[in-house]
Design a protein around this ligand. Structure first.
Ligand code: ADP
Ligand code: MG
Length: 240
């Protein structure tokens, strides 16, 4: 589903990614861990081309999305992304936020877009909030709207960048539960998170990034109970 080959990203003199290669299968949930500043967000941002890789190649379902010839609009429809900050449009209702892409990008009728939007709001447990504005919603509810909005494009893969980090502790679970349900539905997901219980329970594979490279990757069971590398052991001790 997603193939990353020798991805490099440099910001001026700073080489953030020094050759990342990764294959992600359809339906797989890959959790990326790593210290702050290690390039986790940069990887996700390269996958949906919010950042241009310095070199290397990324393919989604066999189509190269790197390089000048890539159709960014088409590609962004294949990749849904949710951020730490919810980034909802404040002047639009929850339903308005979710239906925007179906209406404007996919040119669906209002009726069809609303049908899709209401279905997605139901999926994230917010049927009752369709007509509420972001300001009237809790952080957890806003983040669930953001997830529904990303799903509205029917993406092949969903990217989550620390989506619970800005939430009050009591609101984290409702968002993780939505993500867990998505994973169980078979969505291909790349998740950057500090929620180790989620990583253990929902992840198919855990990856540690540090110093611009993949230090270690393994099943959650092996990763957490039998880390192979010193840096992984250090990282796990740090977050305990
Ligand atoms: P993480 O998500 O793992 O915390 P990031 O991918 O956000 O790390 O950032 C990795 C490094 O790249 C950091 O040192 C950060 O300061 C730097 N960086 C990220 N984006 C930019 C940018 N647009 N311009 C310059 N430096 C950047
Ligand atoms: Mg980040």
């Amino acid at each position: 589903m997603v193939v990353i080959r020798d991805l490099h990203k440099r910001f001026g003199d700073l080489e953030v990614l020094k050759g990342i290669s990764l294959d992600i299968k359809k339906g797989e949930v890959v959790v990326i861990l790593g210290p702050s500043g290690s390039g986790k967000s940069t990887i996700l941002r390269c996958i949906n081309r919010l950042e241009e890789p310095t070199s290397g190649h990324i393919f989604i379902e066999g189509q190269e999305i790197t390089g000048k010839k890539a159709d960014l609009n088409k590609m962004r429809q294949k990749v849904g992304m949710v951020f730490q900050q919810f980034n909802l449009f404040p002047h639009m209702t929850a339903l308005g936020n979710v239906t925007m892409a179906p209406l404007r990008v996919q040119k669906k009728s209002k009726q069809e877009a609303d049908r899709i939007g209401l279905e997605l709001l139901k999926k994230v447990g917010l049927s009752e909030k369709a007509n509420s504005y972001p300001m009237q919603l809790s952080g957890g509810q806003q983040q669930r709207v953001a997830i529904a909005r990303a799903l509205a494009m029917k993406p092949d893969v969903m990217l989550f960048d620390e989506v619970t980090s800005a939430l009050d502790p009591e609101l984290v679970k409702e968002v993780l539960d939505v993500m867990k349900n998505l994973a169980m539905d078979g969505m291909t997901m790349i998740v950057v998170t500090h929620e180790m219980n989620f990583a253990k329970e929902v992840g198919d594979r855990i990856i540690l990034i540090d110093g611009g490279v993949i230090v270690e990757q393994n099943t959650p069971d092996q990763f957490f109970t039998n880390p192979q590398h010193e840096r992984t052991k250090k990282f796990l001790n740090m977050i305990k």
